[in-house]
Write a protein that binds this ligand. Structure first.
Ligand SMILES: Nc1nc2c(ncn2[C@@H]2O[C@H](COP(=O)(O)OP(=O)(O)OP(=O)(O)O)[C@@H](O)[C@H]2O)c(=O)[nH]1
Ligand SMILES: [Mg+2]
Length: 251
């Protein structure tokens, strides 16, 4: 073998990753990824995500396949999965696990490939440089790829959110969000299913979090939520929005 062939070259992407991470200024960034039946793709996503965070927590609860094992062997922290379904349950469990690690920043990201790990730094940046409390990855400011019915549903949910909060957000249903841990830990969260996105936003707004929206790219559509899920989320927003206003629900 010639020396030429054994020469180690640093791939440009590695150098780029290192320079992107300079944005963190040494802060500890922990990601939480709820993952349901993703055993074929989760390892690759964990490897990519670990380029941009210090720890990657995969919550595989409810999965019928080997998502947890696959994530763990790729280097993720996987809290022992329970046989409980629901994105909200998984997200809350992931947050509890993340907060135990004393992070400076907590990233919440979908694990089905619809969120790009390489976009994590641009969502973390406002937490560090602008001292905001929560960053919301907006598919409407960036690129949204989902079914027409889901796009329609997203609009409806956005309008309901506006009516109950009187604050205009371009994307109220996104699952890509970044938090300051000391703020996140004050939220009283109890959602079991897809209402978790609404609960996080309604309660953060109610508590007066400083929030910034940043464009994100959704590279492809993956069937996830159903029309029925959309109705349940809409009803949750109306109910919780009013209860928060009347002081009957703790933010
Ligand atoms: N552990 C766990 N994760 C879940 C569960 N339900 C959804 N997830 C994960 O939560 C993330 C978002 O769920 P999706 O079903 O894709 O919902 P969505 O992206 O809001 O909906 P679409 O716009 O239709 O893709 C994905 O990473 C899922 O794997 C669940 O019951 N348990
Ligand atoms: Mg999805």
């Amino acid at each position: 073998m010639s020396l030429e062939n054994t020469k180690v070259t640093v791939p440009e992407s590695t150098a780029q990753i290192a320079s992107t991470r300079e944005i963190y200024q040494g802060r500890k960034v922990v990601a939480v990824l709820p993952a349901y039946n993703l055993e074929d793709s989760i390892a690759e996503l964990v490897r990519k995500t670990k380029n941009y965070v210090d720890e990657c927590i995969v919550v595989a609860d409810g999965s019928k396949d080997k998502t947890g094992e696959a994530a763990r062997s790729a280097g993720a922290i996987v809290p022992e999965p329970e046989n409980v379904r629901g994105k909200g349950f998984a997200v809350r469990k992931g947050f509890r696990e993340a907060l135990r690690l004393n992070p400076d920043v907590v990233v919440l990201m979908d694990a089905d490939g619809q969120h790009l790990p390489e976009e994590i730094p641009q969502l973390v940046e406002p937490i560090i440089s602008e001292q905001v409390d929560m960053v919301v990855g907006s598919r409407m400011l960036g690129t949204l790829r989902t079914s027409t019915i889901n796009k329609f549903g997203n609009w409806g949910l956005k309008i309901i959110s506006f009516l109950v909060t009187w604050k205009w957000m371009t994307d109220t249903e996104t699952g890509f969000r970044v938090f300051k841990p000391d703020k996140l830990s004050t939220l009283n969260l109890s959602s079991q299913g897809y209402e978790i996105e609404s609960e996080l936003l309604l309660k953060a707004l109610h508590k007066g979090f400083k929030i910034k929206e940043v464009p994100i790219t959704v590279p492809f559509a993956v069937p996830g939520v159903t029309v029925w899920d959309g109705f349940k989320v809409g009803w949750y927003k109306i109910k919780t929005g009013l209860m928060l206003k009347l002081g009957l629900e703790k933010a």
